[in-house]
Every structure is written in C-alpha cells, then in structure tokens.
Design a protein around this ligand. Sequence first.
Ligand code: FAQ
Length: 326
Amino acid sequence: MYGGGYIFDESASTELDDAKKLEAFEARIEAGEKIEPSDWMPAEYRKQLIRMIEQHAHSEIIGALPEGTWITRAPGFKRKLALMAKVQDEVGHAQLLYSAAETLGKSREDMINDLISGKSKYSNVFNYPAETWADTAVIAWLIDAGAIINQVANSKGSYGPYCRALERICTEESFHLKYGHDSVVFLATGTPVQRAMVQDALTRWWKPIMHFFGPSDKISVHNTIMMKWKLKMASNDDMRQKFLDMYVPKIWDLGLNIPDPELRKDEATGKWHYTEPDWEEFKRVINGDGPCNRERLAVRKMAEEKGEWVRRALMKQDERYITPLA
Ligand code: FAQ
C-alpha cells in the first residue's frame, strides 16, 4: 500500500511507437535534451529505465543492511553517529529513486513486491557479509567511490527525473566517500591488528567490487541500447577502468595489497590490465545464490510486513486532510 504513481498503458504506447516519433525522440537525446515523464518515449526506453532505476533503488535499501548491522557495534560515539547518518542517507536515496521510477508508471508496491519475490535484481555487492568493522570502512570508501563514478556519469543522461535524483544523491555520496576514506586511513595507519583487519576486508571485497560495474562489455546484455539512449553514459568496462585509475594508486599509497597479481597499468594504452572477474560467480550472486541473498530478502520482507500498519496509518492521515470537513 503506497501513495502516488499512475498505471501506464503499455498497449497504447506500442501503437505510438512509430518511426517518426522514434526519430524525433532520438534527435532530442542526441542534442542533449532531457526526456520528461509526460513526453513520448519508446516502450523499450521506458522498460529499460524502470529496470535500471528500480534495481538502483533496491540496491540503496538493501545496501543499508550490511553497514546497518554495525551501527550498534561502531567503535565510539562519533563513528556511530556518522554511520547512522550514512545508512539513513542510503534509505533516503532509495526514496528518491523509487519516486523517479514511479514517474514511468510502475507502482512502488509492485517494485517492492518484485524485490521481495526475487524477480528484481539489486547490486551484487550487498550479498556479501560485513564481517568486521573494517568492512564498513571499505564499503563506504570503495563501493561509494564506484557508485559515484557511475552516478556522476549517468546524471548527465537523458531521463530528467533520474538525472535530478542522481545529482542530489551524488552530493550526499561524496560525504560518504570522505567518511569511508577517513575510516580506511585510520585503520591502515593504526596498530598492526587494525592494519591486518583492513587488509583482510579489502582482500575479501576486491572481487565483488570488480563485479560491481557489471559484466565485461563483451558479455553485457544491455550496454548498446543503454548507451545509445544515454541511460548509461559509459560502458561497464570504461567505468571499471575509471575506478581503477582513480583508486588503485590511493590504495597502494596506503601500503595495502590488492589481491590480483595481474593488476598493472599498461602505460602505452593507459588501460589497466587485471584478472578477468569470474562472471559465472557474478551471475550466481545476482540471481539469488550469493552468501547473503536469502538473509537480505528475509530482512526486507520482515520490514515490509512490520511496517504495513505505519503505511496504512499515514494513508489514513492523508485522507483526513483531503476529505472536506462536513
Ligand atoms: N549487480 O547488460 P548489463 C550503491 C545485471 S548503488 C547486480 O551490463 P546494464 C550505493 C543487469 O541488471 C549501486 N546486477 O546491464 C550504496 C542485467 O540483468 P537483467 C547500484 C547487475 O543495466 C553504496 C545483467 O546483469 N547502482 O552502491 C550488476 O546495462 C554503499 C547484465 O548486465 C546502480 O544500480 C551488479 N553490479 O548495466 C548503497 C546504478 N551489473 O536486468 C549502500 C544504475 C549488472 O537483464 C552502501 N545502474 N547487473 O536481469 C547501472 O548503471 C547499470 O544498470 C549497471 C548494469 C552498470 C549496474
């Protein structure tokens, strides 16, 4: 039970999907114009956008869980406050993104149901456990870094409501990145035990982080159409390269070891060379068979069921304001 959103009539749009409209639509995108919810758009554009924004929104609420488990165990009051604020921000990002996806005609209730039933995906990284405090530091630094690279690029994309949501999200993510960097530096320059803890976290998180940018361009399913319509502003491999370029030197500067013997920059091409990530494992994890998928969805389902009365109460309150007084 959620408010807002309208039901989009798929058949009506298919009829309108003619060549002239498509040509004009693509010309607008080419010229850098934003597409708005009331504008004509091809059914496939709408479908791809809903898929991408919905998955992004789910990633934010599920992404709050691994770090959220550390709020009660944060070392010290300042760290606890900072982590609480970060987790709260991530949930707020989900609200912005669900609202952007609703403009395309899918109701929030349907999106949440598709998440809980396993029909909709969310980011691979949140299916791994945050075993120690250092995991929260690595998540806040490097996963937020990856998210910022993706989101800053895509905020220049073609769909107005998504781009505007991304701009707001990136502003907050930049604080998360600073907080994460500070936490990693603190541990990496701390006692031998703290150093070992952050090295261990980095070693475990490197593989999911390499997967985070999506399958290599050779096997990506949607890259071509997503980039043509400026839903994605760079390919998965280009985003991965950008991340390596920006963060590998910073990680090495801290004296931390990246668990990939192949990792090096080819100075001639300017590209990073790395061990090809295991895409079979990636597929298993995003399709429900990672270390924490079941636990994450069970928590989400419980929150949904336990929060039902709150949503009902809020809807009732809304009604009180819109019903004219007798
Ligand atoms: N995880 O053909 P492609 C965050 C799926 S926000 C899971 O290359 P596409 C904030 C993909 O959906 C993180 N699934 O797909 C935070 C497709 O499956 P489908 C989320 C993935 O769309 C930080 C299939 O693989 N960010 O972290 C992943 O062209 C810290 C084939 O892939 C976004 O969602 C993956 N990593 O490119 C919160 C950004 N990668 O749908 C808390 C928006 C791919 O056919 C703490 N999304 N898949 O069944 C995008 O930019 C794109 O959708 C990509 C994938 C780049 C993720």
